[in-house]
Design a protein around this ligand. Sequence first.
Ligand code: C2E
Ligand code: MG
Ligand code: MG
Ligand code: MG
Length: 277
Amino acid sequence: VAKKEGKSRYCFFQENMLIEHQRKIDIANAIEPALERNEFYICYQPKVNGDGHPRGVEALIRWESSVLGMVPPSDFIPIAERSGKISMLTDWVVETVCRDVADYFQHLPEPILVSLNLSAYDLKRYQFSDFIRSVFNKYEVRPDLIEFEVTEHAYLDNLDMASRFFNDISELGCRVALDDFGTGYSSLSYLTRIPIDLIKIDKQFVENIGLTARDDALVLTIIEMAKRLGIELCAEGVETQAQRSFLKIHGCNLMQGYLFARPLPLEALKAHFSDVA
Ligand code: C2E
Ligand code: MG
Ligand code: MG
Ligand code: MG
């Protein structure tokens, strides 16, 4: 019986893997047609200061597929990266965000910073910064309102190409944020080697605030490190008042999380801003 069960379990496992594999292929193949059918859209999540006032927003891509339903970015971004489709998605994000900046964010009484996420692959793209420059020109976007979020993994993938990219976009006047800080496997040396304006503490550290003295010590250490380096700091995934007050008391002045606002489509964000103003 055990043998029989073992075998059927094995088949079940294999079948699941096949289904998983097929889904990845379906997702990869659906990306290009989805772009043509306008199935992607951007949500913006506010970044607030200690008092809860919006200081910026992060653009996060959404996909409501007519074939696959809602597909989260954590599913399709890695697939887009591996299948080479990420560059067309990134280009679409850059263009859409710049249009929204030109139409809305730039005209707020106090214009706010808009950040967007890049993949490791984007940093290695030949002439990607020229594309960014051309989109800025097309929409007459203020480059100083644009921030690019990259992970340490993206940087370490190809130091030469990444350095060139960072130089190009600093010259353009854009900002660079280091995303998901602390989750990589890298050394800290890149903190002095690339022009980082902002570090984002990954939400796994924020989640653990208040659990043990060591968890708290880790967050305090990151806050202290950013202070000493003169780099701004933003905590992601802030969900509770306890997390918020811990971060505020200890001098982390930017926060992002469901406690303040979820990622919202532009129209809903406008409504949210007129509520909190
Ligand atoms: P990320 O850049 O670290 O973005 C933060 C993620 O945390 C977002 O998930 C956001 O919705 C979620 N989040 C924000 N506040 C909270 C909170 O209080 N609690 C919890 N549990 N989660 C919170 P999302 O939108 O699903 O995106 C996941 C990841 O997908 C992003 O992580 C980013 O790496 C990637 N991504 C999203 N949009 C883009 C894009 O346009 N281009 C690229 N290359 N990657 C993107
Ligand atoms: Mg991000
Ligand atoms: Mg992040
Ligand atoms: Mg994260």
